[in-house]
Design a protein around this ligand. Structure first.
Ligand code: NDP
Length: 392
């Protein structure tokens, strides 16, 4: 039986992963399942899959988790050290699907095992891409992408010579605000931002899709994962979201990957790698779809893509600043402290502030430096949010 662990099991990616596991009884032995606040779900899944250990990232909820697991022989633990310990437990396949920068340290620890790691946590590559790739190379781990765009690129590259790749184009749905004028965007509410036209995802990535910050993170992720130059990566708005990515080769050919809006495709591809197996996803009916549309992204209304390019050019710890400021600004928007457009403004301000010598963004990309930079960027973003909230 294949031993598997899922970090972020209670989230959208984690639940989709468990859905696939559930359909193949007797094939997998679940080692560790982790969550944070959703203790009921974590305990229920740990019981259903007879996990060896259930871990909550929130130490304060450990007693609650223990109560829910009472009478079972499943071990319960809590806190950030417990997450790292779970990442050290031998497994043949590990899903990294914690949301945000919190996924970096457990992901790296899992990577050190030299196992197969399915990477949903894009923030790992955005904040610490070089460290991530060096750790993977040293341990001999196989990293498989789970973001649908990156899974698409990976699949389009199968059997190809990487040296013949001219460019990679990743698609963006444009989100719920694709056609909105700036004035309306400024008044966009949380509820409106959560209304994604195509995909059902966790709350944070859904809002990031509306602001195009998700696409910005994915552009940086593409650069790091596939070792491309920033000018080889393009974004195209494709409202149907059926083509996930295209790879352009030096003979002018463009290889596109199409699939339904269902994360179980990319998760299943990573789970079944290096084979392909039947997956419970919709088969596209192109006759019914009839039309696929494309348009250039508008970086005036959605500045996140421009900021991503600046971050890639700066390199070093700029990705850690970008992501932390974005996460903090997102918290501010969710809490109703700032408006939708303030998020990009605040991220840009923090990037500018920390690009000076005091920001140390050209320091080495180590876990400690990433953590310190992340901390400082959150403080700066917090100050900017407070200032903006005062202005109203
Ligand atoms: P969700 O918000 O649905 O789930 C996040 C998971 O992380 C939950 O298990 C949550 O626990 C846990 N978690 C939250 N905070 C912490 C923390 N501080 N420490 C440890 N664990 C924590 O996110 P998604 O599943 O949508 O996304 C997960 C990752 O995958 C993200 O990086 C996202 O960008 C990426 N991704 C997601 C896609 C999607 O379709 N959803 C598509 C492609 C990539 P709990 O719920 O118990 O609090």
């Amino acid at each position: 039986m294949r031993r598997i662990s899922i970090f972020g099991a209670t989230g959208s990616i984690g639940q989709n992963t468990l859905d696939l596991i559930r359909r193949r009884p007797g094939e997998f032995q679940v080692v560790a399942l982790t969550g944070a606040s959703n203790i009921k779900q974590l305990a229920a899944d740990a019981r259903e899959f007879n996990a060896e250990i259930a871990v909550t990232a929130d130490e304060n909820l450990l007693a609650d988790l223990k109560k829910h697991l009472n009478g079972s022989n499943i071990k319960a633990s809590g806190g950030s050290t417990a997450l790292l310990e779970a990442a050290e437990m031998p497994a043949d396949w590990i899903m990294s699907a914690i949301v945000g920068a919190a996924g970096l340290a457990p992901g790296l620890k899992a990577l050190e095992q030299g196992t197969t790691l399915a990477l949903a946590n894009k923030e790992s590559l955005v904040t610490a891409g070089p460290l991530w790739m060096v750790t993977a190379a040293k341990s001999g781990a196989t990293v498989l992408p789970v973001d649908s765009e990156h899974s698409a690129v990976f699949q389009a590259l199968l059997g190809e010579d990487a040296a013949t790749v001219e460019r990679v184009i990743i698609t963006a749905s444009g989100g719920p605000f694709r056609d909105w004028p700036v004035g309306q965007l400024a008044r966009a509410t949380l509820e409106q931002a959560l209304n994604h036209p195509n995909w059902s995802m966790g709350q944070r990535i859904t809002i990031d899709s509306a602001s195009m910050f998700n696409k910005a993170l994915e552009v940086i992720e593409t650069k790091e994962f596939f070792g491309l130059k920033s000018n080889q990566i393009e974004v195209i708005v494709h409202p149907e979201s059926l083509i996930h990515a295209l790879v352009g080769f030096n003979d002018g050919a463009l290889m596109a990957h199409l699939g339904a809006h269902d994360m179980r495709h990319a998760i299943g591809f990573a789970l079944n790698w290096p084979n392909r197996r039947d997956l419970p996803v919709e088969r596209l009916d192109l006759g019914r779809i009839a039309k696929l549309r494309f348009e250039a992204p508008d970086e005036t209304r959605f500045p996140a893509l421009r900021l991503a390019r600046e971050v890639m050019q700066a390199g070093g710890l700029a990705g850690a600043v970008f992501n932390a400021a974005k996460e903090k600004a997102l918290d501010g928007f969710i809490a109703g402290q700032i408006g939708f457009l303030d998020m990009a403004r605040i991220v840009e301000d923090v990037l500018t502030q920390m690009s000076g010598t005091s920001g140390h963004i050209d320091a080495a990309v180590t876990l400690d430096n990433v953590a310190q930079t992340d901390h400082l960027a959150r403080i700066r973003a917090g100050e900017a949010i407070a200032e903006q909230a005062k202005k109203g």
